[in-house]
Design a binder for this molecule. Structure first.
Ligand code: SF4
Ligand code: SF4
Ligand code: SF4
Length: 206
């Protein structure tokens, strides 16, 4: 007859091993996630490199984190990333919904490494504004809002009205984010009814 030879002490040790294994797996998963975060690019929706930036895959290798672009920006829209951003710490990022880029082009003039390349104001391509038609009051026919259209520095070029609804022209939009900052609608996740999707290599050289 088969008997269960495991003592209560054996069972307790087994439980400890099992729980230890679970904890190790969880810690490993957290570690992998944090490592990925430390390495992954901070550039995403409404998180943009300054005008004229080289493509994101070489940005880390060319930017020396001197902070000159940060210092020269009269609008304080360029933030140097902190140590939580791992290998990207010290590199410049614009948070479009907080303070957009007003296209004064001072940062590209002072960058000593060519990470921010000379580019004309209207040829800047930091990203592309995209209207969220599910959130936009005008597209939802809730009220007539023309804020993004009115505030865009390139009205009727970068953004126009189609039956009074805002439509972005991807060939002309600079991705400056002025429309994002001005948009009165903020969703629960912090996004606006118009957002900038970064385009890593749309910069057109002057
Ligand atoms: S172009 Fe002017 S406003 Fe825009 S990030 Fe550079 S310094 Fe700031
Ligand atoms: S000025 Fe150029 S090199 Fe210096 S932090 Fe800004 S992007 Fe990097
Ligand atoms: S549509 Fe928005 S992001 Fe594009 S140029 Fe006009 S204000 Fe700037």
């Amino acid at each position: 007859m088969k008997t269960n030879s495991r003592t209560p002490e054996d069972k307790q040790a087994g439980r400890r091993l099992f729980i230890g294994g679970l904890l190790s797996s969880a810690l490993l998963a957290v570690g992998v996630r944090s490592e990925a975060r430390l390495l992954s690019s901070p550039v995403t929706t409404n998180r943009l490199r300054p005008p004229g930036a080289v493509t994101e895959n070489i940005f880390l290798g060319t930017c020396i984190r001197c902070g000159r672009c940060v210092e020269v920006c009269p609008y304080h829209c360029i933030i140097p990333l902190d140590s939580r951003h791992g290998v990207h710490a010290g590199t410049p990022l614009i948070f479009a919904e907080t303070i957009p880029c007003y296209l004064c082009m001072k940062c590209v003039e002072v960058c000593p490494t060519g990470t921010l390349r000379p580019v004309k104001q209207e040829a800047t391509r930091m990203g592309l504004a995209v209207v969220n038609r599910h959130l936009c009051y005008t597209w939802q026919s809730q009220t007539l809002c023309r804020t993004c259209y009115n505030i865009c520095p390139f009205t009727d070029k970068a953004i126009r009205l189609d039956e009074l609804r805002p439509v972005v022209n991807e060939k002309e939009c600079t991705g400056c984010g002025i429309c994002v900052h001005a948009c009165p609608i903020t969703a629960e996740d912090g996004s606006k009814a118009i957002n900038i999707e970064p385009l890593y290599s749309r910069v057109q050289m002057s």
